[in-house]
Design a protein around this ligand. Structure first.
Ligand code: FAD
Length: 402
């Protein structure tokens, strides 16, 4: 165990059982960043996934990295802003070491304005962005205008009241990004990745996890600290560690997206209107999404809801009108009870940290959330993590709702 960890009970570590400073449960974007940050802090880490790394919600197509609106600025928006603006720098050394790319680009975003009242709101946001986004260097703006920011890109009949152009939004390829983190971890002596390895039970007091592989073989892993980053499955696992709760800690929200083959410049901005995202990627691919379903029978199938999203995307972007759909995909977003990410120590179990509930924003913030989690499990606290993002904060809100 590295010297930066708080001392664990040495009696826990017995010969014949595997051990790690940090056990990370779940190999999605949350768990992968947690493992990367643990290694960068000098800890040993074992990351387990019951299927494959990146096979959950993080194995999708879209990869839109959007800032929250520039109005009503608060700690939460600042945290997300700081995370988004730091992502390129976070990725650079990992890309250099692996020779892989996350296909990240700060491509900006266009929001067509189909109604005059939306223009009024957007103009107010322009003023808000001057104050709230003008940091640290004033690189980012939110501009409202009548001239299309890119000629012949967005259908003009859906922008009769003008356009918003922002330079802060970005995109990355979700599969390339998870692949990059996985490859980087594989090259680290202190990291081990166990796929087809499911967490069956976790004993916080003993610091042990019962794991089962695809052959049904069970093993025990002893840990000093554990991070529960099992996506939507984190909620029932966390509930086993808490006194009975009046309602579930979170739920899954299904989403569907599609990939189109289209000859669009991958440097083009992301387009967003009425919940539909169009994200130009590299390699002649454009992702469009997403549906949002609170109840669903099958988490993996796609249906006419996705057809409608594709149709809407084709109305918005004329260049997509003849573009064939090459992949349809669905996944389950983890949405915590308080809607924000659910991060930090589980009350009563300081050696277990939650890291879930990223809902629609995980890819832009997971690296920063991971930093706070690793700081916290090393005894340095959660720093600037907004109260509404903490495990504790979610439980307080749940109490208030009763
Ligand atoms: C259609 C769609 C579009 C989206 N678009 C965007 C977007 O543009 N931008 C954005 O930021 N976010 C987007 N999201 C949301 C984003 O994908 C999720 O918030 C994010 O992937 C959640 O990551 P995670 O690591 O928490 O969970 P997951 O990626 O689901 O990872 C959890 C992992 O835990 C494993 N696991 C579960 N239980 C166990 C167990 N008992 N033992 C071991 N392993 C276990 C699973 O196999 C899985 O691999 C989108 C989601 C969908 C569905």
């Amino acid at each position: 165990m590295s010297s930066s960890m708080p001392p664990a009970d040495s009696a826990l570590f017995s010969i014949g059982q595997s051990t790690a400073d940090v056990l990370v449960v779940g190999g999605g974007i949350m768990g992968l960043w947690a493992a990367v940050k643990a290694v960068q802090t000098g800890l040993t880490v074992t990351i387990v996934d019951r299927h494959r790394i990146g096979s959950g919600a993080s194995g999708g197509l879209l990869g839109a990295l959007f800032p929250w609106m520039p109005n009503n600025w608060d700690k939460k928006k600042q945290f997300q802003f700081d995370a988004l603006t730091a992502l390129a720098e976070e990725l650079a050394p990992l890309e250099a070491e692996t020779g892989l790319s996350a296909r990240y680009r700060q491509s900006g975003r266009i929001i067509p304005l189909p109604k005059p009242h939306l223009r009024t709101i957007a103009e107010r946001h322009q003023q808000d962005a001057l104050v709230n986004w003008n940091q640290p260097s004033g690189r980012f703006f939110w501009h409202v205008g009548d001239v299309p920011p890119i000629a012949d890109y967005v259908a003009p009949d859906l922008a009769t009241a003008g356009y918003v152009e922002d330079t802060l939004a970005a995109r990355a390829n979700p599969r390339a990004l998870t692949g990059l983190l996985r490859t980087w971890l594989q090259a680290q002596r202190q990291a081990s990745i166990l796929e087809q390895c499911e967490l069956i039970r976790i004993d916080a007091k003993a610091g042990s996890a019962l794991l089962k592989n695809s052959d049904g073989k069970e093993t025990t892993l002893l840990f000093a600290q554990a991070v529960l980053a099992a996506g939507v499955e984190s909620f029932p696992i966390l509930e086993t560690l808490l006194p009975p709760l009046p309602k579930p800690l979170g739920q899954g929200v299904k989403g569907q997206a599609a990939l189109l083959a289209a000859d669009l410049d991958p440097a083009l901005p992301v387009v967003f209107l009425d919940g539909v995202y169009i994200v130009p990627h590299t390699g002649g691919r454009v992702a469009v999404g997403s549906t949002s379903e609170n109840s669903y029978d099958d988490p993996e199938t796609t249906d006419t809801g996705l057809d409608r999203v594709v149709e809407r995307a084709r109305q918005l972007i004329p260049a997509l009108r003849g573009a064939p759909v090459v992949e349809r995909w669905a996944g389950i977003r983890p949405k915590a009870i308080g809607r924000d990410p659910m991060i930090g120590p589980v009350p009563g179990h300081s050696n277990i940290h939650a890291m879930t509930g990223g809902f629609k924003i995980s890819f832009g913030v997971a690296h920063r959330l991971a930093e706070r989690v690793i700081d916290s499990l090393c005894g340095r606290g959660l720093g600037d993590l907004p109260e509404s993002f903490t495990m504790e904060g979610h439980l307080v809100e749940m109490e208030k709702d009763l």
